[in-house]
Design a protein around this ligand. Sequence first.
Ligand code: PEP
Ligand code: MG
Length: 324
Amino acid sequence: LTELLEHEQDLPSQTPDGHLMPLMVNTGLAIDAVPSLKKRISGVGLYRTEVPFMITERFPGEQEQTRLYRDQLEGFAPLPVVMRTLDIGGDKDLPYFPIEEANPFLGWRGIRVTLDHPEVLMVQLRAMLRASQGLDNLQVLLPMVTNVDEVDDALRLLDRAVRELGEEGVEVKRPKVGVMLEVPATLYQLDALAERTDFFSVGSNDLTQYLLAVDRNNPRVAELYDACHPAVLSALSRLSGDAHKLEMPLSLCGELAGDPAGALLLMGMGFDSLSMNAPSLPRVRAAIRRVPLDAAQALVQETLCLNTPRAVRDHLISRMTEWQ
Ligand code: PEP
Ligand code: MG
């Protein structure tokens, strides 16, 4: 199938009625195929910085991080690269920084860890800023935000990093900052978050886990874990409307964006961009190129009337078959 779709991969991600749906890519380690990929995407919607940290033997230092980040920023320039600050905890452990907890997904994770260790976050922010020198494509994303205070604290550290570097003779601009919407509480504080930041990116993997109270990695309850649960779709649809009222750019970087039916739903809901693993791009692009925007919007309305994940899945399969 992917081979069949290859010929349209250099064509725009645009519906038959001319609606452009920017597609971005999720990265972690160095990507080999940057030059060919660059023509096909609108940027990096999620660079998971913890991935390179997972293969080292200690926290990489500022120089080392600067090099890693420079590779991403330079490789994809002038396209934007959204770099997420370290998102460890939960299922992502660093061998040299073990976290032992009874409920890791409800525990010390993401920004909770890095705000408790500002020295770690400062090194990372300084490295990102230094790597962005002379380029203009860095954006910073904060993971696992639960409270508005956490954003304020992170922004203070970012300002401090910009100031420190300036004093050292390294002139850098403060980049745009976004919040990951993956803890359900954030959906009810969008206005306060919007006042402080520049964009939102939904982490549908975690948002699904937390809305449904289903561990995303537990095989026993894997059948209950479904981003197409009506409650999740309803939350996403409402969220999209709310974000637009606040004029906040809204993206989604969880697995749902890489599923063709999921991508169509998100487009119909009004998401501004979608970020996915590179191998998902061909099928998502093909789906977008076949389905007019108003049909995707109708699909959202039809789907929001259904009450069970199974009914949603069945409906999506039958529509997708019609559109093939
Ligand atoms: C998510 O939660 O949807 C996400 C994109 O981040 P991660 O999968 O790294 O937690
Ligand atoms: Mg997440």
